[in-house]
Write a protein of this length. Structure first.
Length: 346
């Protein structure tokens, strides 16, 4: 694990199948308890919203547009303010939360959402959905929520997959899920297979446009995770090794780039999705990294997604980028990336 990819960042290559092929999956650590396996995270949100029929959905002012796409009526969502430090800005908005509302909290970059906000929303009768798409392996997520939504493909190489896990007393909906849309799934699988082949010495970079197409056309609805994904997640991955490598790589980056880190300290139990930094010349630095085969994503562009009145969120979105620190890479690759960023910043 680590040091196996010539390109840093981008879609994960498909995980290797167990030696005896696709078989019944075990239970990965994030799926303990009642779980509804969907084709992706936004579909898990869509299924929950369809069953709950909330009076009002409350979402943070810093979020991925996929959260809104998962809602049954995205235009009706109400935003509450999140600061440029990714903290919920005060509790006054909670005074307007009512019974049968849905409050969405996000575990940013692997760091758990505030328990006090979840508890306050639930005390008003609201249902709390914790978006842990970036916190797949973080300890303690969902402890104050009714449901947690995960997106394993942000951490490992599977073509699809999301799930909603029941963590409160409200039951998961009993809903029949259809197989993933066939054409879309073949494209998503092809992207993961192509990246795996590239990481093993292939020359074809077709994985990138294939991944872009799969992201653009991702379904949102009552679709199930594929058998392949569930088998890989349950049998093919050393989750402890994934967590340890991500934490170790984070620490290497933090030692060199702590002054620009959005989260300077990696707290106990957190397994990060990446190492977010805030840089005033973000786009210029990204172009330099692209030229060195390093591809830090932006989590997330907010233009035309979040109202402009949330100034702190928009300022952060203009300067943030996420340096990859996942299990595909080793300390030497982290040190090189940190050196390049430091050099670009002077």
């Amino acid at each position: 694990m680590g040091g196996g990819s010539r390109v840093i960042g981008g879609v994960f290559g498909l995980e290797p199948l167990p030696s005896d092929g696709v078989r019944s999956a075990g239970t990965p650590p994030f799926a303990r308890g009642p779980a509804l396996w969907t084709v992706n995270g936004r579909s898990a949100i869509r299924v929950l919203c369809g069953a709950l029929r909330p009076r009002q959905v409350w979402v943070p002012s810093y979020l991925c547009d996929a959260v809104l796409l998962g809602l049954t009526d995205p235009a009706s969502a109400r935003f509450y303010e999140v600061t440029a430090e990714l903290a919920v800005s005060g509790h006054a908005w909670l005074d307007e939360v009512r019974a049968d509302d849905l409050v969405v909290l996000i575990d940013y970059f692997g760091f758990p959402a505030p328990v006090d906000v979840a508890a306050a929303a639930r005390s008003r009768g609201a249902c709390v959905l914790e978006d842990a798409a970036q916190a797949l392996l973080t300890e303690g997520v969902g402890r104050a929520a009714d449901f947690v939504v995960f997106s394993p493909r942000k951490f490992v190489g599977v073509p699809d997959g999301g799930l909603a896990v029941q963590t409160g007393t409200r039951p998961l909906p009993a809903v029949a899920l259809a197989p993933p849309p066939a054409a879309w799934w073949r494209g998503a699988l092809a992207a993961a297979q192509s990246r795996r082949d590239f990481d093993h010495g292939g020359a074809d970079r077709g994985w990138f446009p294939a991944f872009q197409a799969a992201e653009r056309d991702a379904p949102a609805g009552a679709y199930a995770a594929s058998e392949l994904t569930r088998s890989l997640l349950g049998t093919a991955i050393d989750w402890s090794a994934v967590a340890e490598r991500r934490r170790a790589n984070w620490e290497v980056l933090a030692a060199a780039l702590g002054e620009i880190a959005v989260f300077p300290v990696l707290t106990a139990g957190v397994v990060p999705v990446g190492f977010p930094v805030r840089v005033s010349r973000r786009d210029e630095v990204r172009e330099m990294l692209f030229a060195n085969e390093i591809y830090p994503p932006v989590h997330w562009p907010l233009a035309d997604v979040v109202p402009e009145r949330f100034i702190g969120s928009h300022h952060l979105a203009a300067e943030i980028m996420t340096l990859p620190c996942d299990q595909r890479y080793d300390a030497a690759q982290m040190e090189r990336m940190a050196m390049l960023v430091s050099g670009a910043l002077g």
